[in-house]
Design a protein around this ligand. Structure first.
Ligand code: HEC
Length: 240
């Protein structure tokens, strides 16, 4: 009996996940691609920062990490000429946010890539679809009844959800573009890849140094291997 309960407890969460039924689209991010990170940072500053902050990130750090002149970071990323050494805060006050989004808060996105994962973010940001029943006229495939408007619709265009019958219930089958945006779907996917890449980097800026350090560690190990081998030969020469 105990075993049975154990098995049921094990299986339950799997069932719960399966019933969500939305598969995530995979994204291939590359935090060593500095041009992509800078584009992502620009998208963030333009389209997201009016509501979301990334408190753990300083502009000066972006300049350092991406090897971009501080002047350029100031011009392209800091809205209204903010301070290079301040963190990426949002201009929105908590009170406004509460009023506009019926109590839902636009969360700080410092750690969002770690809590949700890149694939989820990629699917979420491309997953808004028209739904007249919602306050902002849109819903989302991975975040049902989300309180965030589709801020990227000008780039993406508008999508409609196509449902299919599964037994008695209707489930979401796929999204269909019903009105084109400024970008082609491929361009839009690439833009979101950059944005997600930036959020992944923001979640752990030190990973940039770590990956570049990794190369030196491997190089050191190879050199060390050669030296050790030579030394070993030298030591054993007389023994044989
Ligand atoms: C107009 C304000 C606004 C803008 C602009 C905005 N968001 Fe949001 N966002 C929200 C609100 C409000 C929520 C909370 C939704 C909820 O809880 O239902 C949210 C939620 C999210 C979430 C989900 C957080 C979670 O709980 O997992 C992510 C990720 C996100 N936003 C990313 C972005 C990105 C990236 C951009 C820029 C492309 C952006 N948002 C632009 C208001 C905004």
């Amino acid at each position: 009996m105990k075993k049975l309960v154990g098995i049921v407890l094990l299986i339950l969460p799997m069932l719960a996940q399966a019933s969500v039924g939305v598969s995530l689209d995979e994204v291939d991010v590359d935090v060593s691609d500095k041009a992509s990170l800078m584009r992502g940072a620009q998208y963030f500053a333009t389209y997201c920062q009016s509501c979301h902050s990334i408190k753990h990130m300083r502009y000066s750090r972006i300049a350092d990490d991406l090897a971009i002149p501080e002047k350029q970071v100031e011009q392209e990323l800091i809205p209204g000429g903010g301070f290079l050494y301040s963190s990426m805060t949002t201009a929105m006050s908590a009170k406004d946010a509460e009023q506009w989004f019926a109590g839902a808060k636009a969360p700080d996105l410092s750690l969002i890539a770690r809590s949700r994962g890149p694939d989820w973010l990629y699917t979420y940001l491309r997953g808004f679809y028209l739904d007249a029943a919602r306050p902002f006229g849109v819903n989302n495939v991975v975040f049902p009844d989300v309180a965030m408007p589709n801020v990227l619709w000008e780039m993406q265009g508008q999508q409609k959800a196509v449902f299919k019958k599964e037994g008695k219930t209707e489930v979401l089958d796929r999204l269909m573009l019903v009105e084109g945006g400024q970008m082609t779907p491929q361009e839009f996917d690439a833009a979101i890849t950059d944005l997600v890449n930036f959020l992944v980097y923001a979640g752990e800026p030190a990973q940039l140094q770590r990956t570049s350090l990794g190369k030196y560690v491997i190089l050191f190990l190879i050199v060390f291997l050669v030296l050790a081998y030579r030394l070993k030969k030298e030591f054993w020469k007389d023994v044989h």
